[in-house]
Design a protein around this ligand. Structure first.
Ligand code: 3H9
Length: 699
């Protein structure tokens, strides 16, 4: 017995409880403790049945992810062997599941003879989010106990199901009403009274009769877009196919083979890096996490444009009342209509009921009067990106808002400390930078000003959790983390056009690398006019390079703003886009004007110049302390800019390929690109230091 597993008896029933806070992860010690308790119960003649349950708020969060990559994962008893041993119990073994049963936690339960859960239970196999498949029998037992369709959905999506669905699919035998332990003991007694048999998945086969022809291939095709670039989903499907074709023991062997094929891969490391990075992002150096947060019951948004409306929807979706302020009646009406339109689209797609649409709209109240914001606990400004416009808003907010209200700006580039200085309460001012569309994108950059109070930061982190965003706390600089890293990446994409690459080549190279969208398509979508305005405010920082995004400036002058005008880097017809010969000619003309030699550009050069410059800027940001951890930069780019999660983010990618080749390539371009190279290809001192010390970004 160890202190992470408890053993006790009630009459002739043994109760084994996982007690390994915070999530009862199945590390080596817990597995060993569980096996000892189980063997003790089997050996004890006074015990007729065994309950496997847990202390704490959840049943089990699965294998201990921190053990992956160490020999502890396979130290006896490894989780698959432990599950196999439970399967052969000889005495009725009942899993009593309270709260979450995830991954290896659910696999333990599947190996038991019977399962009972409470009404709030959530059962899932989320290994695919870690670049893995369930490796302790989940792919073999789930389709046998429930059905193939449910197994495919749960295992390839990683999404958990609730108690009702678990019961109706046969995954659990009973849902407890009231106290779980009492119900589980009663269930165990019932089983004993009725001489219920021990059961084994080995006796079950998957019913293939109901499956249409090409079932698995159709399923593959159905998820192909979502799983583009990922390795694990295909392994999940192959393991479930094996469950349909092979006896349990052989299916388990196949599962182990596939699990091992995933375990030690860059993708698994990348996805696990993101798992821990998301959790670490909630810890802000210098801020005590126990600092009491302010309570946020009423929110207000200034500006009912697309961004303001999207931000407002996040709060309405979380059941928090929102006031939406605009200066003019028609702008307010347009903003509210756009929100309603978005909800109606969700309803038409079956994601919301009409009633939910109504409920959310009722939480949104439009106003033209700043005085109506007096009772707001949090006000988020989402107005035009100009310091003067923001000054007017913050001066007004300072007058009308109650003491203790948090005043947030959604600025994406401006100096938050300047914005805070427009008020008499800079400690209450913070940046909450949402990404468009704000009701969809998961990222929230929380910008910590020089004077932002600790409890305001802690509150912002809580707010992010409430509205289901991934928060990353960043410092003040132009563009914070995301847009600052975007700058060199995009600069290279624009410059490569002048040197001889085409938009289609550049976008293809980066989407093949895994980005959701190529940089030039992204600028067409975001608006060439928007990029131009940002550059206008930064001419002092970029003016020394006459080629700096010049092609985009020319497109702006031609009124070619991208998708919204039907022409930008591409020509658009509806959603289709095609290459524009005029753009190619324009690139040639500009190159001629600036004396840039045009040549054939290799795909490798496109990739290295864009991605390595992105990495280099990330390093610089880390060195300046704008981001606290490399994982923070990675979270920003994965959740806000479509960087492939299976690569773990730009800095994790650099760690994976090695920092030395990155540094070498930057030095190479510094020399080979002449004065342009000298201007921009400066290795970050942090990158140089890490290479010299043989270290990586993530410690
Ligand atoms: C698996 O099971 C493989 C098997 O099929 C085969 C094996 C051979 N391990 O998220 P929270 C830590 S793979 C280690 O903030 P919540 C987490 O890092 C596993 N640590 O809590 C954090 O630490 P810190 C499949 C873990 O209440 C703390 O616990 N399972 C694990 O918001 C609190 O976490 C999964 O993928 C773990 N498994 O959410 C489930 N889980 O405080 C992964 C958590 O130092 N876990 N930690 O930052 C989750 O999804 C959520 O943690 C959970 C609780 C929903 C359980």
């Amino acid at each position: 017995m160890t202190n992470t597993v408890r053993y006790r008896t009630r009459g002739r029933i043994a109760i084994i409880s996982l007690d390994n806070p915070p999530v009862n992860a199945l590390g080596f010690q817990t597995r060993a403790g569980l096996r000892n308790c189980y063997r003790q119960a089997l050996a004890d003649e006074t015990v007729d049945a065994i309950l496997l349950t847990s202390e704490g708020r959840l049943f089990c969060g699965g294998a201990d992810i921190a053990e992956f990559g160490t020999d502890l994962t396979w130290r006896d008893p490894a989780l698959p062997q432990l599950c196999d041993e439970l399967e052969d119990s000889g005495k009725p073994l009942i899993a009593a599941i309270g709260g979450m049963a995830l991954g290896g936690g659910l696999e333990l339960a599947l190996a038991c003879d019977y399962r009972i859960c409470d009404a709030s239970a959530r059962l899932g196999l989320p290994e695919v989010h870690l670049g893995l498949l369930p490796g302790a029998g989940g792919t073999q037992r789930l389709p046998r106990l429930a059905n193939v369709g449910l197994a495919l959905d749960m295992i390839t999506s990683g999404q958990p199901i609730g108690a009702t669905e678990a019961a109706s699919s046969g995954l659990v035998d009973r849902v407890a009403e009231g106290d779980l332990l009492a119900a589980a003991l009663a269930f165990a007694q019932e089983l004993l009274d009725s001489d219920a048999p021990v059961r084994s998945c080995a006796d079950l086969t998957v019913d293939m009769g109901q499956l249409p022809e090409r079932y698995f291939n159709d399923f593959r095709a159905g998820i192909a877009r979502k799983t583009r670039g990922y390795f694990a989903p295909e392994c999940c499907i192959q393991a479930i196919e094996a469950a349909c074709e092979l006896p349990l023991a052989q299916g388990l062997e196949k599962e182990r083979e596939l699990f091992n094929a995933c375990l030690d891969t860059p993708q698994a490391r990348a996805q696990q890096h993101l798992f821990f990075a998301e959790r670490a992002a909630n810890r802000v150096p210098g801020v005590d996490p126990k600092t009491p947060a302010r309570s946020i019951r009423q929110v207000a948004i200034v500006g009912a444009g697309t961004m303001g409306g999207g931000i407002a929807m996040n709060f309405a979706n979380a059941g928090i009342p929102v006031k939406l302020l605009e200066l003019k009646e028609d702008a307010l009406a347009r903003g509210l209509a756009q929100i309603r339109g978005n909800y109606e689209i969700s309803a038409a797609r079956g994601r919301l009921t009409e009633r939910q649409v109504q409920e959310r709209m009722t939480l949104l109240q439009g106003t033209l009067d700043y005085d109506d914001l007096a009772d707001a606990d949090l006000v988020i400004e989402a107005v035009f990106e100009s310091l003067e416009v923001k000054r007017a808003v913050f001066e007004k907010l300072d007058q009308v808002c109650k003491p203790g209200a948090i005043l947030a700006s959604n600025t994406s580039t401006l100096d938050l400390d300047r914005i805070a200085s427009f008020t008499r309460r800079p400690g209450d001012v913070i940046g909450l930078h949402f990404f468009s569309p704000a009701n969809v994108m998961r990222l929230l950059e929380i910008v910590r000003g020089r004077q932002t109070a600790d409890d305001v930061i802690v509150t912002a982190l809580n707010v992010a959790r409430t509205i289901r965003k991934v928060p990353v706390v960043v410092g003040v600089c132009f563009g914070f983390v995301g847009n600052r890293m975007l700058e060199p990446y995009a600069r290279e994409a624009h410059r490569l056009l002048l040197e001889g690459a085409t938009p289609a080549q550049i976008d293809r190279v980066l989407t093949d690398f895994g980005l959701a969208m190529g940089p030039l398509s992204m600028y067409d979508l975001a608006g060439i006019d928007v990029g131009f305005m940002v550059r206008e405010s930064r001419r002092d920082a970029i003016g020394h390079d006459p080629s700096y995004n010049l092609i985009a400036d020319r497109l702006y002058a031609l009124g070619r703003y991208g998708q919204k005008t039907g022409r930008g880097f591409y020509i658009y017809e509806g959603r289709d886009k095609r290459e524009d010969p005029e753009l190619l000619a324009l690139a040639q003309t500009i190159a001629g004007e600036l004396g840039i030699e045009r040549r054939e550009i290799s795909d490798r050069e496109v990739l290295e110049r864009c991605i390595y410059m992105l990495i280099n800027e990330g390093a610089q940001i880390l060195d300046e302390g704008i981001a606290c951890r490399s994982g923070d930069c990675d979270l920003v780019w994965v959740n806000g800019y479509g960087f492939p999660a299976w690569r773990g983010g730009p800095l994790q990618y650099a760690d994976e390929i090695g920092l030395e080749p990155v540094l070498e390539a930057i030095r190479h371009y510094r020399e080979s690109l002449g004065s342009y190279g000298e201007m921009w290809f400066r290795p970050s001192p942090l990158l140089e230091r890490l290479v010299a010390e043989g270290k990586r970004f993530s410690c």
